[in-house]
Ligand binder design. Structure first.
Ligand SMILES: *Cc1c(COP(=O)(O)O)cnc(C)c1O
Length: 426
């Protein structure tokens, strides 16, 4: 698996002789660019272009991605007895997921090399991101997605942005197989997460998090695990900053998987990640419904280097965590909510201490998958047997967050009665 290496990278052959970028000068430059009117300065990815010099400035394709908010989660923090819990919301990117940060970098490379066609296999968000950026660049794009298994919000985006949308009668892993063969036989640039240039853009949220914390290093970053590119990219970002002297240590990076799509969790249990056996993936968190993750070796390395953990969470745990994040006024995709569900387990086991400074990476916008949310609030999301696995207090918490729509006659007295009943706590 390839990785982009610069003359100043720790892994470069003559790294000792290369003059590295100057941390304090760059910190100032990056802050200053925030006030610029130039598109590449306004982008929260390319603002950091000094550490990802992969294309010339005039070849960058940007939708002003990045610059996403770092939110407090006071209710979630209080519930777990933590004093510091923030969410970096990558769902606030132009197409609604963190995939934009990697797509701007990889698609800029594709465009600069003169490709006419780009393609991805996707659980949905990658296709939405690629379609958007390809349209901006004037390239033609094709998405391969598993039929019937992606959320409507994502499917609609790739059509809206003019991509050729192909639904294959297989799962995500089957789509990857077909794409791998396709690019051997046609001049199509592949933008899947094995593309090393995607990781270059995806490492920049690490820089943003540090900027947003005034360069005070968080103790722990928790990410969802699907194809495991995100974990690898953020690990690379923090490691580069440490190598260059921006920071003196890196946060732990932990990965949370859905129980039904947990190949990394199993691999770590079995032999500490020496081998990984693919699984047939099944979870409602469609963005992480991946049985054979491409970047698992990199992820195992990041876990080892940073001292992070892998956890798995059930469908009921994901549903509750998503509702709790929603109740903070933020909302996210089910795949993002695994981070909070996993954090609960890490806290319960004493693997996260109350004084730890924890950041959750929320990967996708809540509007990507409204069907999931509506089914939850109608009490129709989980099966009886899934509910049965949840402890009584979790089921009670889920019930208390359910907000079924109320249907009434168009009569003010009736609405008033409902309001009064709620005020009495009925
Ligand atoms: C792609 C995606 C993930 C999984 O990220 P990986 O890098 O594949 O591990 C998680 N959440 C959302 C919303 C995604 O779009």
């Amino acid at each position: 698996m390839f990785e982009v290496e610069y003359p100043w990278s720790a892994s470069a052959p003559n790294a000792d002789e290369a003059f590295g970028p100057n941390p304090s000068a760059l910190r100032h430059l990056w802050a200053e660019r925030r006030t610029s009117t130039m598109a590449i300065d306004q982008s929260g990815v390319w603002r950091f272009r000094d550490l990802l010099p992969i294309v010339a400035d005039d070849q960058i394709v940007t939708l002003r991605e990045g610059n996403t908010p770092l939110y407090e989660l006071p209710k979630c923090a209080a519930k777990l007895g933590l004093s510091f819990l923030l969410a970096k919301h990558q769902g606030m990117n132009p197409t609604g997921s963190f995939k934009d940060t990697g797509m701007t970098s990889a698609l800029s490379v594709a465009a600069s090399r003169g490709f006419e066609w780009v393609a991805v296999a996707s659980t949905g968000n990658t296709s939405a991101a690629m379609a958007g950026y390809a349209a901006r660049a004037g390239l033609k794009s094709m998405v391969l997605i598993p039929e019937g298994k992606i959320a409507w919000g994502k499917l609609s985006q790739s059509m809206d942005y003019g991509s050729v949308t192909v639904q294959l009668k297989t799962d995500f892993d089957g789509c990857v197989r077909v794409l791998n063969e396709l690019v051997q036989r046609a001049p199509v640039y592949m933008l899947n997460s094995v593309n090393p240039y995607r990781l270059e853009g995806q490492k920049t949220p690490a820089f943003e998090i540090l900027e947003q914390l005034d360069w005070r290093i968080p103790d722990h970053l928790i990410v969802p695990g699907g194809n495991l590119a995100n974990c690898s990219a953020l690990g690379k970002g923090f490691a580069e900053l440490k190598h260059l002297g921006f920071i003196h240590r890196v946060p732990k990076i932990s990965v949370i998987q859905a129980h039904g799509a947990n190949p990394l969790f199993r691999a770590m249990q079995k032999d500490a990640g020496a081998t990984l056996e693919p699984v047939v993936a099944e979870t409602r968190a469609s963005a992480i419904r991946i049985g054979n993750p491409a970047s698992w070796r990199k992820a195992v390395r990041i876990l080892a280097e940073t001292g992070g953990w892998v956890e798995e969470v059930s469908e009921a745990e994901i549903a509750l965590a998503k509702a709790e994040i929603g109740a903070e006024g933020i909302g996210c995709e089910p795949a993002s909510a695994v981070t909070y569900a996993g954090l609960k387990k890490l806290v319960a086991d004493g693997r996260v201490a109350p004084e730890e400074r924890v950041v959750l990476l929320l990967t996708g916008h809540t509007l990507k998958d409204p069907e999931y949310t509506i089914n939850y609030h109608r009490g129709e999301l989980l099966t009886e047997s899934e509910l049965a696995t949840a402890p009584a207090e979790e089921r009670a918490a889920m019930k208390s967050l359910e907000k079924k729509p109320v249907v009434l006659e168009a009569n003010t007295d009736e609405v008033l009665r409902t309001l009064e009943a709620l005020q009495r706590g009925a």
